[in-house]
Each structure stands twice: as structure tokens, then as C-alpha cells.
Write a protein that binds this ligand. Sequence first.
Ligand SMILES: [Zn+2]
Ligand SMILES: [Zn+2]
Length: 455
Amino acid sequence: MNLSTPNILPTPAHLVELERLGDAIAELSAHLDAATARLLDLIREFDARGGWGNGFASCAAWLTWRIGLDRGAARERVRVARALGSLPRLAQALARGELSYSKVRALTRVATPETEERLLKVGGAGTAEHVERIVRGWRRVDRIAEAQESTRRHQRRALHVYQDEDGMVVVRGRLEPEAGAVLMKAVEAGREALYRRRDDVSAETRPDGLPRTGLIIADDPPTLGQQQADALALIAETALHHGIDPGAPGERYQVVVHIDAHVLADADAPGQSVLEDGAHVSAETSQRLACDASRVVMRHDPDGRVTEVGARTRTIPPALRRALQHRDNGCRFPGCRLPFGQGHHIRHWGNGGPTTLSNLAMLCRRHHRAVHEEGYMVERQPEGELRFRRPDGRLLPHVPPPATVPTEPVETLRAQNDARGLHIDAQTSRPGWFGERLDLGYAIDVLHPLATSRA
Ligand SMILES: [Zn+2]
Ligand SMILES: [Zn+2]
């Protein structure tokens, strides 16, 4: 006798009852999958319209906070939601309850609009385990093709610099995508340093809008090509000047801000806060930059001459910063938990706030900006608890209250799906598989476009 047989011998009535129970599970699961499709549609729209952007680093971070998913599951929901945006057949199969979320999740890892139809058939015919195995085999073929492509690109990288007949130097090359991205970023930063900032400053200082500095002499502004050429020269000079040392990540971008003391205390006060090259920054931005920075205090006489220069100090000394890191263990903004950040003075030091643990909170760069420049507020309760508020003053809870669920959630779900014309029963998501063995090699050869073209 089979040991796994339950010790109560099933009677025909029992069998019927169990059959009914199994059908109920299958039917409700299909209803849930159909509802999940709607949930993913909403997530896709929310993500595309940046609904999470006011205070969260990503849509997944928002989901983690708002509906209590763990990080991995939240990222996966967003990934699947985005993928389904261009895979209408898989999206429809999920929406009709014919394909489970597990299968759709696996299939969206490899499906493209071209292969979607074929993979949909795999999803309909196989069990979740078959689908998972086929997707893994499919990715192997993809990865091999990708690795070959990447090796080819790597071998084709080249940069040629030579002098033309008229003495000009010609630059031609092919860079790998990562190197190219860095170059484009550097050119953009160079262009910004040379042109855009000057434009901002001159627009602020000269009402006629003409450039204040002598750099641009010609009447016509330089073309994009000319600006990029100048930016490349600046990049080369900068690289040589710094001994081609990329520096530690924290040191790569440094900003020097000159701020009048009363601007630090009160953003609305008249006074100046300017970057070293003369460009203005808002008082809020300068307060943020000063929150956790090196500080040199200078005193001026009424004519603007410097009369006294203090020693350079950290606004938050290293020992206190370590204590802060230990206590807060990352960003304190609701739902964030990024493991590193900047020390934020809850009451700004420029405004008399003390640099003590009780007046500090760790915030990541994104949320430090939210608090200084986007109107979010943070206050410490007498018991030490931090309280965050939205710009409109509403409380931003660390754990949002759960949504209200109807008293008969299953019946409501069924009614909603019925109202949308979905007729889901116990057979809706049944795979077409009858127990044959899965021949993975054969399946991939038949299904994968690269595998079939190779054969
Ligand atoms: Zn701050
Ligand atoms: Zn944060």
C-alpha cells in the first residue's frame, strides 16, 4: 500500500468533495491572476507618470512602502508591469486568468514582441515548472549570443587621432557603450561648465541678455559641434591637470558655495549664495549643501574685504558622523532605508541648531533634497521619533494604513471580473500538458529564433 495515501479511505462522496475543493482553488487563483493583471496595469501607469517621484527613489521603493511588498517582489512587479506594456498577448492571457502570474513573470524575462506568440503557447501548454525550465534554456541561448556580440564590440573598439592637411586634428573612433556613455557625460559636463553656466549668470546680471564675460566674442552663439569641441579640450586639460586620477567616488564632484550667514539662517533673507564661478544657487540648495560639509567661516568688513578667515572644520565631526551612521543605519525617510546618506540638521546650524545626535537625521541624497528643496518636513518628537510631513502638511507615515477591503473580498473580486466580461472557472488556467516528459533541448531548438536559424 502506498504510504502517502491519507489514512482515511476516500469514499465516493469524499472524492467529489475534494474535487470541488480543488476546483474552487483553481477558480479563485484564476480570478486573482486576472486581478493581478489589472494591478500591473495600474502600476505601469503610476510608474510611467512618475507618481512615486515625490519622495521615493523608485516605483519599487514606493510599492515597498505603500503596499508592504518586500523589495525583491516589488522590483519584480515593476519589471513585469513594464514588460507587459509591449507584450499585449501575454498581458491579455493574464487578464483573462488563462496564464498564471508565475508563468507570465518567467516568460517576460525573455519574451519580445517577435517571440511573444510562441512563448504564449509554451505558457499555455506547460506547467509553471516547464515554463521556468524553458525560460532558463532560452536565456542561455540569449546569453551566448550576447556574449559573442559583446566580444565583437570589444574587439572593434578604436580611437584614431591624426592631423589633417590644414593642421586641424581629426578624432574618429568607436567606443564600447559604457566608455561611450562616460565620454558623452564628460562632454556634456564640459559644455555645461563652459557655456550654460555663463549664460545663466549673464542672464541674471545683464538685463539685455548679452554675455557678461569675454569668452564669446562672435555674434552668433557657438554651434553644438563647436561647443563639444571646446568641451573635449577642457576634458583633456582637466585630466592632465589631475594626473589622470579618477579620485575616490565621494571626491569626484565638489562644490564650493559662498553663502551669507543670514541666508543660511533664513532662506527668505536678502544676501548672496553663489557657486565659486559666480553662478547663483537657491538659498534652499545652499542650506542643503551646508548641512553636511566642510566649512570655512570668513568675516568681511562693510566694504566686502575679508578681515578674518577661520579654520576649515567639518560641520559634522567624524566621530559624531560615525555615531549617526550607527544610530540611523541609513536614510530615515519613510520607505527608503538606503544604507548611506548625509547628515541633516533638523534645525539648521546656520539658524542656531546644535550639531548633536538629537538634532541630526541621516538622509540619502535624494531625500535630503526632498527635505530642503521640495517642501518635505521632518521633526523630532519628544520621545526621539522622527515625523515626516508632505509639502501640504499631511503626515507621511512610516507604515501606511492598509487599504479597506470589502467584507466579502472573494465575492467582490468575482463580481468585478464578471462585470468586465471575464468568465473564469476551474478550467481557465489548466495547462494543456498530459504528463509527457519535457525534452528541453528539443523545445529550445524549436522555439528560440537563434537556435532554429543555427540548425
Ligand atoms: Zn539638511
Ligand atoms: Zn532616502
